[in-house]
Design a protein around this ligand. Structure first.
Ligand SMILES: [Zn+2]
Length: 431
């Protein structure tokens, strides 16, 4: 099969911390196909995650290839070097064919003034009122905003160009997918800023297929969106329209689409995402919550499984400060809501799974416990074989949880427009 390095309309980024669930994840794309929508799987794993676990990007590739072979998947699939930069990209070059070039750290560093002036001259016609397709609200760009945005983002885009050219030199032009991400930063980018950034990316010659801005609101790992859903709905519609304008007018790839680094489980905005992107397409990047389904499966299995799940919780509880530190900006744990390990040790399998499983209607669901375990994968990584042997022994019950979670809670609402678990009632979203 000749591989096309063009990302399809709908794609899902999945994380698989311990590289054991690729088959269960791929099964959801097959199920989506049966429901009439082609969803392309992309296995993503960041450098930070590889570092914490002590794994290599080549292992993610091997697991993806094996799953594709085992299930006879005939459509494209990709391995994403997630959040890489110039210094971390090397070990991803051979095994990956999707590169999320993270330039968030360079936002706010000013490019040389001559570069900024050239950009302002070249792109002077961006200033004014832009009426976009499918949205009533225009995008207003004043000369001052154009200058401020160039000053804030041009250096970061130049940095993205350097990373892109390093990857291109290694892999060859057209042999990989390039994404530019700016989500791991403090302030959200407005649709007007996104449009200006896309002009800079076009000037830099990066054939970007997905762009990941930071949206307003909080995208904590593994839990629901915290923010104004109405505002998000407006913002994403404008972002999609800005991207459509950019592909039509700036010479960027026709399949350029929004990449949403969701951190998983943003149930209350899934309907807004579906509505805004059903025509344009979208890449939904989820976080490594598949690992939580491994814990849920182990707990459900009882015996040694639930004992290990409790042991992992106790260890995570004891090391909570150290585990949370690298994720400080993307988690919100209320320490008062974390049950003491001594009481968790008395829990039944059902008590454990209902605290951890993200069912917002269940009174037993505990978002703080869920977030702590989410960042607690280092504990399981340290257990090594002890953990993996039990995961392998309980493959069936775990796979069922992985597939159901990914399909029912993510793929169905985002790509098929089915209700999400926390579907916000229309009146609550209206204001
Ligand atoms: Zn991200």
């Amino acid at each position: 099969m000749t591989h096309s390095f063009q990302l399809g309309k709908f794609s899902i980024g999945v994380g698989d911390r311990f590289a054991h669930q690729a088959k269960a994840q791929l099964a959801t794309c097959i199920e989506a196909g049966h429901a009439g929508v082609e969803v392309i799987p992309v296995w993503n794993k960041s450098n930070r995650e590889h570092h914490i676990i002590g794994s290599e990007p080549s292992e993610t590739r091997a697991a993806a290839d094996a799953a594709v072979k085992a299930l006879g998947w005939k459509h494209p699939y990709f391995c994403d070097a997630d959040h890489i930069n110039l210094t971390t990209v090397d070990r991803f070059l051979a095994p990956c064919d999707f590169f999320t070039i993270d330039v968030a750290d360079y936002i706010g560093k000013a490019a040389e003034s001559a570069t900024i002036e050239q950009f302002l001259k070249r792109r002077a016609d961006l200033a004014g009122t832009l009426r976009l397709e499918n949205v009533a609200e225009p995008i207003e760009i004043s000369p001052a905003l154009l200058r401020a945005t160039a000053t804030k983002f041009l250096f970061a885009v130049q940095e993205a160009g350097k990373v892109y050219r390093k990857i291109e030199a290694a892999k060859g032009k057209g042999n990989f997918i390039a994404e530019v991400s700016m989500d791991e930063t403090d302030s959200a980018q407005t649709p007007a800023e996104l449009l200006i950034i896309l002009a800079a990316i076009a000037d830099e010659g990066i054939p970007v297929q997905t762009i990941a801005p930071k949206f307003t609101g909080r995208f904590n790992k593994g839990v629901d969106y915290v923010g104004n859903v109405t505002q998000f709905r407006r913002e994403i519609a404008l972002d999609v329209a800005a991207i459509a304008w950019a592909t039509a007018n700036l010479g960027l790839p026709k399949n350029l689409k929004l990449s949403i680094h969701s951190g998983s489980d943003k149930f209350s905005i899934y309907s807004a995402i579906h509505d805004a992107t059903k025509k344009s397409g979208v890449h939904l990047k989820t976080a490594g919550t598949t690992w939580l389904e491994e814990i849920i499966g182990l707990a459900e299995a009882g015996g040694d499984g639930v004992a290990l799940a409790k042991e992992i919780y106790a260890e995570a509880y004891a090391h909570r400060e150290e585990l949370c530190a690298p994720y400080a900006t993307v988690i919100d744990i209320d320490p008062a809501k974390l049950p003491a390990p001594a009481s968790v040790n008395k829990w039944t399998s059902t008590q454990f799974t209902s605290a951890l499983r993200h069912d917002p209607h269940s009174p037993a669901y505990n978002a703080s416990l869920r977030q702590l375990l989410h960042v607690g994968f280092k504990i399981a990584a340290k257990m090594g074989d002890k953990y993996l042997r039990l995961v392998e022994a309980n493959e069936k019950v775990i796979a069922k949880n992985v597939t159901e979670n990914l399909y029912d809670r993510h793929i169905a609402p985002v790509f098929l427009g089915k209700p999400a678990p926390t579907a916000v009632p229309a009146h609550a979203e209206a204001k």
